[in-house]
Design a protein around this ligand. Structure first.
Ligand SMILES: [Zn+2]
Length: 497
């Protein structure tokens, strides 16, 4: 019997023995600017009424002239620097001509042969080791309007156009075909999202369409240099979809090649519900967009002073931060990766360290990567933790004043109520009992009440002591220092007192 869900992975593994996948990724991301790319309309239109953020420029009305958004250019330049790309001293804009209802001018202002950034790279860390992807280019263009296909009440199909998105600044980032597995593609997209968020270039939320990932996938026999026929995949709306869609496409192409069929160059969409790709359009020949220089915009000069200012404004990049956390602060690779991958966790870790002079960074990191992110992920929404309170809590546990279990509980209460950690510890009487006399008295009571466990231990069942420690913890409402309780119990059991 085949268990549903495991068969495709098995088929994929078998196919990979014969073929090498070659994958390139194209990402479009909405830049974080106040206004649109070539007009003064607000770029904050998510959730706004359709066609409420429009003007003659972004509606493509005759005679309306574009003006370059300086901030958008700076965000692409910042991205270029962050991916170690070359930035040309001068660049220009080109018209990409095609006719479609979401493009009111009949052309899109984009960049063709002089992108703002080229020849970059991004290194992605994985549990199996790092890999580096070459990035061919990053350029700036304008977004299109949004088409909505709907059915009217009388049953007729209509297509509606919302021009709010028309003219929003968009950055396109294209890799070389350096990726070899669906998992690498997903990890690259995740690392790129983290980078874009870290430098403030984009909110890069896939579900809100701010980060759109497309993949080019082809297969070739192992050892072959020439590329196979490539298929473009669109409509992947989450990182999970990216990995599943590419994995599914690799299997589809491998099965076709095994059956002696030729791969048809085409664009396929990803159907998340069916877990399959479908044909969107077949390319007869390469598209001819008749690119030509945009006559309404002057060439753009990127002078060294401007670029130096942008470089100086860059924050610490994720790769450098992970390395600093590991090498200078002594964090485990796991904690460093988990904290850096989450901007909230990074912020809490940094501010807690600053608030707690003398605390081991490694101790703080286990609280942030473990307890804080655990609570946050269970709640499903952002949670507020005061760095000074977390610092106090970590110190109390590190000093043995309260137990780790109670520390966890206090953190959860702090998140739920907003009360201070110190106040909660005092109010709940949770101070850890480390006094040997008090713990010893509790141990005496527990031994007297559990003769069977005592007999078991003396008959050689060492694990009975774990049960007895649990009883001491229970009797003291979790306040006993577990190590001292264990020592007190063993001392009494072994001396026969
Ligand atoms: Zn406008």
């Amino acid at each position: 019997m085949t268990v549903s869900g495991t068969a495709p992975a098995a088929a994929g593994a078998e196919a990979l023995e014969r073929y090498e996948p070659v994958i390139g990724i194209e990402v479009h991301c909405r830049l974080r600017t106040a206004s649109k790319m070539f007009c003064a309309c607000s770029a904050d239109f998510d959730g706004a009424a359709p066609n409420s953020h429009v003007c003659p420029v972004c509606l493509g009305l005759p005679g309306a002239l574009p003006v370059i958004n300086r901030r958008a250019v700076e965000l692409v330049l910042a991205t270029g620097l962050a991916i170690e790309a070359s930035v040309p001293p001068a660049t220009r804009w080109d018209r990409k001509n095609y006719f479609y209802p979401d493009l009111p001018k009949g052309y899109q202002i984009s960049q063709y042969d002089l992108p703002l950034a080229s020849d970059g790279r991004l290194t992605v860390e994985t549990p199996a080791g790092p890999f580096t992807i070459r990035i061919r280019r990053a350029h700036l263009e304008e977004d299109t309007a949004r088409l909505i296909h709907a059915t009217r009440q009388d049953g007729r199909s209509v297509s509606l156009v919302d021009y709010n998105r028309s003219g929003a600044p968009l950055m396109e980032i294209v890799t070389e075909p350096d990726l070899r597995t669906a998992e690498q593609a997903r990890r690259y997209a995740e690392e790129l999202q983290l980078l874009l968020r870290t430098i403030g270039a984009s909110d890069a939320d896939m579900e809100r369409g701010q980060l759109r990932v497309e993949a080019n996938v082809s297969l070739r026999p192992h050892g072959e240099e020439a590329f196979g026929t490539r298929v473009e995949i669109k409509n992947m709306n989450s990182f999970r979809s990216v990995e599943r869609a590419i994995g599914t496409e690799i299997e589809r192409q491998a099965a076709a090649l095994d059956a002696g069929e030729a791969i048809v160059q085409q664009t396929r969409g990803w159907d998340e519900t069916r877990g399959a790709t479908y044909v969107m359009r077949v390319k007869e020949s390469s598209d001819d967009y008749r690119y030509f220089p945009e006559p309404d915009l002057p060439p753009l000069h990127v002078d060294a002073t401007w670029l130096d200012g942008i470089r100086a404004g860059l924050t610490e990049l994720p790769a450098a931060r992970r390395q600093r956390y590991r090498d200078a602060l002594g964090l485990s690779s796991y904690d460093a990766a988990v904290i850096v991958a989450d901007p909230d966790a990074t912020g809490l870790f940094e501010t807690t360290l600053a608030a707690a002079g003398g605390l081991e960074p490694r101790t703080v990191s286990t609280w942030v990567a473990g307890e804080y992110l655990g609570l946050r992920n269970r709640s499903g929404t952002p949670i507020a933790v005061d760095p000074a309170d977390l610092a106090h809590l970590v110190r109390q546990v590190a000093d043995g004043a309260i137990s780790r279990a109670n520390g966890r509980e206090i953190l959860a209460l702090h998140v739920a109520t907003g009360e201070s950690a110190a106040g909660l510890i005092a109010a709940r009487g949770l101070r850890q009992i480390s006094d040997a006399g008090a713990v010893g008295a509790a141990a005496d009571d527990v031994l007297a009440a559990n003769p069977q466990a005592v007999a078991d231990f003396r008959a050689g069942k060492q694990q009975a002591v774990g049960f007895l420690v649990g009883q001491v913890m229970k009797a003291t409402r979790g306040q006993a220092n577990a190590a001292i309780a264990r020592a007190a119990l063993l001392e009494r059991l072994e001396t026969g007192v």
